[in-house]
Design a protein around this ligand. Structure first.
Ligand SMILES: C[S@@+](CC[C@H](N)C(=O)[O-])C[C@H]1O[C@@H](n2cnc3c(N)ncnc32)[C@H](O)[C@@H]1O
Ligand code: SF4
Length: 402
């Protein structure tokens, strides 16, 4: 990709008119896991499957590659402040606290980070020894996101997870001790799960008073082991009943469902994910990372080389980007709605114009249809999904397809 980091290429004239650039976040992908989970379609790789006997994870080389990747990208975000950082995976907690410390130092030396920037790190139970989370905190991480998935040993096993209930509890306890704010990821509609099982999982999670919960419906993604050998999942009506229980139980515990899958106590919404949902910009570095970057006349979506070893080689040679498409004018409304309609509070009409550079007339017919179908409500300044819109979100979003 010769033009990927060439700012003149992205700055040339075009038909869109963005009056201002949106807030910018940084995503950093750390691609390795102890074991690949059968449902997972993220860019995550079992280190031991590609390594020679006894070869350890190439932490320093990967950090060198990230640094080179970031440096090569700087011209595209010159002068812009970064409001949040998310270190995701993969299993970032496999990296040592010293490595995370170096990573954040590398970032701070090259980017202007907001003084109170949220810096999240994804951590898996079963990948830490005592005091590791505290050391991540000392390295500058402000928020931990723990991939619990379930507290039920039978379901964790069915999901192919490396951890058990006891390790999940220990990880959450340690997170609560070390961090002012943290998130737990749970999944529901798991193989063999009953409504009572789900309720037990949610109650266990809530017993830790988590400031934030993310609860995802388990989906069978193409190209995963589960797609090839599908497990028996609870019927659809039971999955809906589970979602109702989740919303009730979290609501009673003071967590608000502010996004389709995200529940938070006041003041603990995830700033980084909010920026995605508000169609903000993000630079994504690391293997397979996606970016969304706005310029005065276009929105670009660069993607890094996916395979970790090739990524390191290419990033160190200053050439980490595999493709860099421009979002087509006609596709911008749908791309915006894919994100904005996930939020309970929806979006400001003004924001749509700011972020896409398009006039409101480009979405008026679809808004009218959505209103007639009872999928959204609107006033003079905002649009937001109704309960029904939340339940049939993909139908609602599809109204904005080109
Ligand atoms: C980037 S992933 C990985 C985080 C971390 N490595 C872990 O597995 O705990 C973030 C979250 O997405 C959710 N997730 C992953 N695959 C999923 C699937 N097929 N269906 C629903 N949720 C999924 C899981 O809850 C997971 O914690
Ligand atoms: S640990 Fe997380 S990222 Fe790794 S394979 Fe499992 S679900 Fe995917």
């Amino acid at each position: 990709m010769t033009h990927a980091n060439d700012v003149r290429h992205w700055m040339r004239p075009g038909t869109l008119q963005l009056q201002s650039l949106p807030p910018l976040s940084l995503y950093i992908h750390l691609p390795w896991c102890l074991k690949k989970c059968p449902y997972c379609d993220f860019n995550s790789h079992e280190w031991s499957a590609t390594a020679a006997e006894g070869e350890s994870m190439p932490e320093q080389r990967y950090l060198d590659a990230l640094r080179a990747d970031l440096e090569a990208s700087l011209p595209l975000i010159w002068g812009r402040t970064v409001h949040s950082v998310f270190i995701g995976g993969g299993t970032p907690s496999l990296f040592s606290p010293e490595a995370i410390d170096r990573l954040l130092a590398d970032v701070r030396a090259r980017l202007r980070l907001d003084a109170d920037a949220e810096i999240t790190l994804e951590a898996n139970p079963g990948t830490f020894e005592k005091d590791r989370f505290r050391a991540f905190r000392q390295a500058g991480v402000t928020r931990l996101s723990i991939g619990v998935q379930s507290f039920n040993d039978a379901h964790l096993k069915a999901l192919g997870r490396v951890h058990d209930r006891a390790q999940a509890m220990a990880a959450v306890e340690e997170a609560a001790r070390s961090f002012d704010t943290f998130n737990l990821d749970l999944m529901y509609a798991l193989p063999g799960q009953t409504i009572a099982d789900l309720e037990a999982d949610v109650r266990t999670a809530l017993a830790f008073s988590p400031p934030h919960l993310s609860v995802y419906h388990l989906t069978l993604e193409p190209n995963t082991y589960f797609a090839k050998y599908p497990p028996t999942l609870p019927p659809e009506d039971e999955a809906w009943a589970m979602l109702d229980r989740i919303t009730e139980l979290t609501g009673a515990a003071g967590l608000e469902r502010y996004e389709v899958s995200a529940y938070a106590r006041a003041g603990h919404r995830c700033a980084h994910n909010l920026n995605y949902w508000q169609f903000g910009d993000y630079l994504g570095i690391g293997a397979g990372a996606h970016s969304k970057l706005s310029f005065a006349h276009r929105v670009a979506r660069p993607v890094r080389v996916r395979e970790p070893r090739l990524y390191m080689e290419r990033a160190l040679a200053g050439n980490a980007v595999a493709s860099a498409e421009e979002v087509k004018r006609a596709e911008l409304p749908f791309e915006f709605m894919l994100n904005a309609l996930r939020l309970r509070e929806g979006f400001e009409l003004q924001r749509f114009m700011e972020r896409t550079g398009l006039p409101l007339s480009s979405i008026e017919p679809a808004l009218k249809q959505a209103l007639e179908k009872g999928l959204i409500e609107r006033d003079t300044t905002r649009v937001w999904p109704t309960e029904r819109g939340f339940d049939f979100l993909s139908d609602l979003q599809a109204l904005f397809l080109p």
